[in-house]
Design a protein around this ligand. Structure first.
Ligand SMILES: N[C@@H](CCC[C@H](N)C(=O)O)C(=O)O
Length: 281
């Protein structure tokens, strides 16, 4: 079985081409692929399937030829992965499986069809305007942190840190506690502090994230969109450009009246062959 490996700001993925949807990909197999000691190692898996060949995407086949079947490192599925879509597009373009038309290459996801803007090395995707919808709290050790629930296709809880608590000091080796009534399917939790002004952005925020199904990652694209939406709201702005620094680099989010564009690096680093015996279905 062929595979590729890629990442967006350090949020890394095993990419499995399966154009005709023939692969049976179970949670244990995904977890084995993502294992950083015994597998390839990744935050998640991107299965590359034609929309027409996947029951969850067949309705989108007219709008988007390709479906990103995204799995978290623990084998669970998720509706959206912002960095995943950008790496997915990089893979399609590099392998020649697809071409951009007028700089766009729509991709079907479990959260609907995502449009893209491809401009040289930059791949930006529109995850839609983040929906800020509720107040909630996260707990981390002795800390109880107020936060805001945001829907970016997948669920997020954005918690700005109070004064005196440093981003670098947070222990994210364990899952933060959250309210299961607000997040019945689990949640990605972002912790933020304000950054100093940077050129080309209205706001600058630093974040770390604990992802549902993948633990702490170096970047979360949909999380960056959620963080940007909360930062803009807290600054009294409806739209704007937010530079979001994650441990793996910088993502730029542009929130518009009806859009939420995520931009940043998306690179492929390896192509190879899996030993099927090591990753039984
Ligand atoms: N890293 C991703 C988000 C992946 C899915 C997430 N863990 C979930 O379960 O919702 C991104 O870049 O958006």
């Amino acid at each position: 079985m062929r595979f590729s490996k890629g990442h967006g700001a350090g949020n890394d993925f095993v990419i499995l081409p399966d154009p005709d949807g023939r692969l049976t990909l179970g949670p244990a197999q995904v977890a084995a692929l993502c294992d950083r000691h015994r597998g390839i190692g990744a935050d998640g898996v991107l299965r590359v399937v034609r929309s027409a060949k996947h029951p969850e995407a067949v309705d989108h086949a007219g709008a988007a030829e390709w479906f990103m079947d995204y799995r978290n490192a623990d084998g669970s599925t998720a509706e959206m992965c912002g960095n995943g879509v950008r790496v997915f597009i990089r893979y399609l373009l590099t392998t020649g499986l697809a071409e951009a038309t007028a700089g766009n290459l729509p991709i079907a996801t479990r959260a609907g069809v995502v449009r893209a803007r491809i401009d040289g090395d930059t791949i930006a995707v529109d995850l839609g305007r983040p929906r800020v919808y509720d107040r909630s709290t996260a707990t981390l050790g002795q800390l109880t942190l107020p936060g805001t629930a945001v829907d970016c296709g997948n669920p997020h809880l954005v918690c700005p840190l109070p004064g005196g608590v440093e981003l670098a000091d947070l222990d994210l080796t364990r899952s933060p506690g959250f309210d299961p009534a607000t997040f019945p399917d689990g949640v990605n939790v972002e912790f933020t502090t304000p950054g100093e002004p940077v050129g080309g952005a209205d706001l600058h925020v630093r974040m770390r994230v604990h992802e549902r199904g993948s633990a702490e990652t170096l970047a979360c694209g949909s999380g960056a969109c959620a963080v940007a939406a909360v930062a803009l709201r807290d600054a009294g702005l409806d739209t704007g450009v937010v530079a979001v620094d994650v441990p793996g680099g910088r993502l730029t989010v542009t929130v518009g009246a009806d859009s939420g564009w995520l931009a940043g690096p998306a690179v492929l680093v390896a192509h190879g062959e899996l030993d099927p015996a090591a990753f039984p279905a």
